[in-house]
Write a protein that binds this ligand. Structure first.
Ligand code: ZN
Length: 436
């Protein structure tokens, strides 16, 4: 029989302080002044209770690139950041483009036991953009894939994109597009604009993202399918999504924590930790994505956690890999960028980091409210401390974080995954439930 807990005095997003009893993987009781009755008491006074965070966009690197991350190490990083579900992008080796690979990833996630690892299937075979992968077989597999993406690459051929959008309709799936015109971004090193001109680096124009998003919302409308736009990063992209939603297009969009907080000015130091795809943009773009998230144009925040080994980042800018780790820092960055600035409240945070991504990914038992009879997957977060983000905060295999040595608010105090503690009193556990 698993350990029972009484969570005492946690503040539910948008509500009063409550007590919660956790037993056999479920929340069994919610109320005030509940009695412990043999359960382990967790003093949650001052802590915010959020439904377990759900990341729709994670790179776990296994199979194939285990020097950067594994499903186990990425799961640990996720738990440390308050996540209980991560959607794993398919750019592994082999690519997750068959039922066999997605079932293998699912099983490795179950064995790790920290979070639910939900595989995302590739749209095209080998992510080559030429022929559709076995979308139906992945959907019908034990992994129940509903999200398909060639992330890292854009599904550039409009006919392939149209066919993918049509195909996923039969099982209520969604195509998650990495919107980047490859021709307009050949050799690109950073955002195109005055800073790239000053530094003499090849620019990455906003139109390379916006033109694909504009095309895809029209395609999704034309075939009556569901489109999700990954990591949008420009003011123009926000305008296009706003327009499409007003028109009734079934489109959702995500923004990363780093595009909510950081701008292209950071590239001036040539520190490759700030090299990412899509690139850090202008201050006006940062403002626009914040506003888009606040007004609901952008549905969710997703990390685009992209671990790389040290040698892929500790080299000159032009040779460095794109990407940043983000699972451990996401909630704290969101607090700094949009909560402490008054744009979102904790209710909104629960929506953009849990409820809405679970809904887009069609996971019925993730992102559920903190009520009796629901799975006990939740996070107890302390928004009060402000601390320097250090190596010690990074719990995955790679350390390519843009936030090292930066002050960030907040601390994940407890993470529960299906009734089992994965983070207890601020400590990531060696094994789920293995408290000293
Ligand atoms: Zn991407």
């Amino acid at each position: 029989m698993s350990e029972s807990f009484l969570i005492r005095g946690a503040r539910r997003a948008g509500g009063d302080a409550i007590d919660m009893v956790v037993s056999d993987g479920m929340i069994t009781e919610v109320g005030s002044s509940l009695s412990a009755g043999g359960a382990t008491v967790v003093d949650a006074d001052g802590l915010i209770a959020l439904p377990g965070l759900v990341d729709l966009h994670t790179h776990l690197r296994e199979p194939g690139y285990e020097a950067s991350e594994t499903i186990l190490t990425g799961s640990r990083a996720a738990a440390a950041g308050g996540f209980t579900t991560v959607f794993a992008m398919p750019n592994t080796s082999p690519v997750a483009d068959t039922a066999g690979v997605v079932e293998q990833e699912l099983a490795l996630g179950e064995a790790a036991g920290y979070v639910h690892v939900q595989p995302i299937g590739a749209v095209t075979i080998g992510q080559k953009g030429e022929r559709l992968a076995e979308l139906g077989a992945m959907a019908a597999s034990r992994a129940r894939v509903r999200v398909f993406s060639d992330d890292g690459f854009c599904v550039f051929d409009p006919l392939i994109m149209r066919r993918a959008l049509e195909y996923v309709k039969s099982f209520d799936g969604v195509v998650a597009q990495h919107a980047q015109d490859p021709r307009l971004t050949e050799g690109a090193q950073m955002n195109e604009g005055t800073v790239s001109a000053e530094l003499g680096l090849t620019g990455w124009p906003a139109v390379a993202e916006e033109s694909i998003i504009a095309r895809d919302v029209l395609l999704a409308e034309h075939v009556g399918s569901r489109l999700h736009v990954c990591h949008l990063s420009t003011a123009g992209s926000v305008d296009i999504i706003r327009w499409a939603k007003k028109r009734g297009v079934n489109v959702t969009a995500e923004v990363t924590p780093h595009h909510l907080l950081l701008s292209e000015e950071l590239v001036r130091g040539y520190d490759a930790r700030f090299k990412v795809n899509p690139p850090l943009r202008r201050d006006e773009d940062v403002r626009a994505v914040r506003e888009g998230l606040a007004d609901g144009t952008i549905d969710i925040v997703a990390t685009d956690h992209a671990p790389h080994p040290a040698e892929a980042k500790s080299c000159e800018w032009a040779a460095a890999a794109n990407g940043m780790v983000g699972l451990e820092s996401a909630l704290r960055v969101v607090q700094q960028a949009v909560v402490d600035t008054g744009l979102l409240d904790w209710d909104d945070v629960a929506r953009v980091l849990s409820t809405a991504p679970a809904r887009i990914g069609r996971l019925a038992d993730a992102g559920t409210p903190l009520e009796a009879g629901r799975p006990a997957s939740f996070t107890l977060y302390d928004p009060r401390p402000v601390r320097t983000f250090t190596d010690a905060d990074l719990r995955g295999r790679s350390v390519n974080s843009p936030y090292l040595d930066r002050e960030l608010p907040g601390e994940v105090r407890w993470t529960f995954f299906r009734g089992t503690a994965t983070v207890a009193d601020g400590d990531l556990l060696d094994r789920p439930g293995a408290r000293p």
